[in-house]
Design a protein around this ligand. Structure first.
Ligand code: GLN
Length: 244
């Protein structure tokens, strides 16, 4: 078996350990004897929806998002929508998460989004939403805690067709008001938890690996358990930082 990962705009959309999230996926595959391949798709590059099973869009500052938003819609939207409809997993973090929605409104400029999730992001007056965060995520197997760090100026509002990734336990979440964090639809996940999201939440990494392998090989694999002493310690420490 092989996990096939594609990072979108790894040069532009890549802050706060996005590359580390990919390395973490790689290690968890290697430790289990599962193959791993990773490639990137930059501006103008076409995407083959059948060639990869896990798509990753990292964080980005407003100026990075300005550079990629229109290109992402014209050169990648159709392929991403087809891949997600076909069962591929997609993880979008922070700036990438914002671009999953319909648009990102920045003052008088509106960046187009992929429209893969029913949400909109607006840069409103007010402070950035920064700090440690813990959410209770619901991904089908009962609620589980995700702990991490958020840092965003944009506020995200889910439309009636969208479900959040989880409920904020501590922190600000999508907009600091409605108590929701992220978005979740089938195998698509968007979240503001960036930095080393996956190393701090190894179960989410394994969840994504499972979904991606299931899409490729047709059956849901039973991943071999690993010695997660360091990962558990990282999770505990991130929870404690959030006060949970
Ligand atoms: N540029 C976006 C914002 O500030 C996302 C930031 C990020 O990815 N850290 O809202």
């Amino acid at each position: 078996m092989e996990l096939r990962v594609l990072s979108l705009y790894p040069e532009q959309m890549n802050i706060y350990a996005d590359r580390g999230n990919i390395v973490f996926l790689q290690r968890r595959c290697e430790w289990r004897g599962i193959g791993f391949s990773h490639s990137g798709a930059g501006p103008g590059d076409p995407v083959d929806p059948a060639a990869h099973d896990l798509f990753y869009i990292g964080g980005g500052q407003d100026r990075d998002q300005r550079m990629v938003a229109a290109d992402m819609v014209t050169s990648k939207r159709e392929a991403l929508a087809a891949a997600v409809d076909d069962g591929a997993a997609l993880l979008a973090v922070c700036g990438g998460y914002q671009l999953l929605g319909h648009s990102y409104q920045l003052d008088d400029e509106k960046l187009p989004g992929l429209g893969l999730a029913d949400l909109e992001t607006v840069r409103e007056p007010g402070p950035r939403l920064i700090g440690n965060i813990a959410i209770e995520a619901e991904l089908g197997s009962g609620p589980r805690l995700l702990a991490g760090f958020e840092n965003h100026g944009g506020r995200t509002y889910l439309g009636s067709g969208a479900r959040p990734l989880g409920r904020v336990v501590e922190g600000r979440g999508n907009n600091g008001r409605d108590g929701y964090e992220g978005v979740h639809r089938d195998n698509l996940i968007g979240t503001y938890l960036h930095g080393p999201l996956l190393p701090k939440n190894a179960w989410l990494a394994d969840h994504l690996i499972t979904l991606a392998l299931e899409r490729r090989y047709g059956a849901r694999p039973q991943l071999e358990p690993l010695d997660d002493a360091f990962e558990n310690a990282a999770h505990e420490s991130a929870r404690a930082a959030a006060g949970v």
